[in-house]
Write a protein that binds this ligand. Structure first.
Ligand code: ATP
Ligand code: TYD
Length: 255
């Protein structure tokens, strides 16, 4: 597969066309940002840790019946995905109160949220990603009521699967963010699921194992990302190994 024209450069990833119609390459760069782009750095290997965890999580979700955009890894930082028409929503599932809901609402940090709380933000940096409700999402024609229902069902399923997977590694999934896209009428999970988009706490020590280490200068973020990537992908030592799916063996996706 050949990498072609750059389609989009975001805060942490770049998206390229390929020589195959409907397939894109997402490159996980070494850039890290926080506070709406207010804090920025480039940290060696960051891209490969996040790409490795995303690939692992997407494969696990696919095996468990969740449709994702993930196809294969080309190398440690470049993921081949199917092109989606992205829905500009940040779908956040929260199992424990932390981050913005503790800042904005009277929740005590660490309070369990049962059932998990789904918060949906409008993905628009120029408006600082304001929170939506169902009526606003439909009025803005971002998604139909049926699509919203489907997105929430998938979000709950991903949360249950991912919480279980991480719990086995002694990690609590506090909250995480997903993005979805359409291919025809079908909704797929897109973008990434990584230490940038999940809030993770060590079950024993309560230590942060995610981007909060960078946000709040809690330690060496790359040491954390390397360790947590190895823990999640169950690879001792180097976390970001090549995950190459043999296209002949891969189950063709109905789409
Ligand atoms: P943010 O950091 O707020 O998520 P961003 O746009 O800066 O926003 P990046 O992750 O750097 O985010 O950029 C990746 C872009 O690629 C995002 O806009 C995302 O919506 C888009 N994207 C992810 N998966 C797909 C896909 N399968 N097809 C098309 N676009 C995709
Ligand atoms: P949230 O608590 O709303 O924001 P912050 O982390 O800035 O306090 O974030 C909830 C989760 O969603 C957290 O795991 C990070 C993730 N997230 C993103 O990946 N991107 C985003 O733009 C937002 C708002 C959250």
């Amino acid at each position: 597969m050949k990498q072609k024209k750059l389609l989009y450069t975001g805060k942490a990833k770049s998206v390229y066309r390929t020589d195959v119609k409907g397939k894109l390459i997402v490159e996980f760069r070494d850039d890290i940002t926080a506070f709406d782009g207010g804090k920025k750095d480039t940290l060696k290997n960051k891209g490969s840790y996040n790409a490795g965890v995303s690939a692992f999580v997407f494969s696990y979700l696919e095996k468990n019946g969740v449709k994702t955009h993930f196809l294969e890894m080309l190398d440690e930082k470049r993921m081949v995905v199917c092109e989606l028409s992205m829905i500009p929503l940040e779908v956040i599932v929260r199992n424990l109160a932390a981050g913005s809901i503790v800042r904005n609402y009277p929740f005590k940090e660490g309070t369990p949220l049962k059932p998990p709380v789904i918060v949906i933000d409008y993905k628009d940096d120029s408006r600082h990603d304001p929170m939506l409700n169902d009526d606003l999402t439909v009025a803005l024609k971002i998604a139909t009521p049926a699509e919203l229902k489907r997105i929430k069902t998938i979000a709950r399923k991903v949360n249950a699967l991912l919480s279980g997977l991480l719990a086995k590694q002694g990690i609590t999934l506090v909250d995480f963010k997903m993005e979805f896209g359409r291919q025809g009428k079908t909704i797929y999970l897109g973008d990434e699921i990584s230490m940038d988009s999940m809030r993770l706490w060590d079950k024993k020590t309560g230590e942060s194992l995610d981007k909060d280490v960078y946000r709040f200068n809690k330690g060496d973020v790359m040491v954390t990302y390397n360790r947590v990537a190895a823990r999640i992908t169950k690879k001792p030592g180097a976390a970001a190994k090549k995950t190459v799916v043999d296209p002949k063996k891969a189950k063709p996706k109905a789409r």
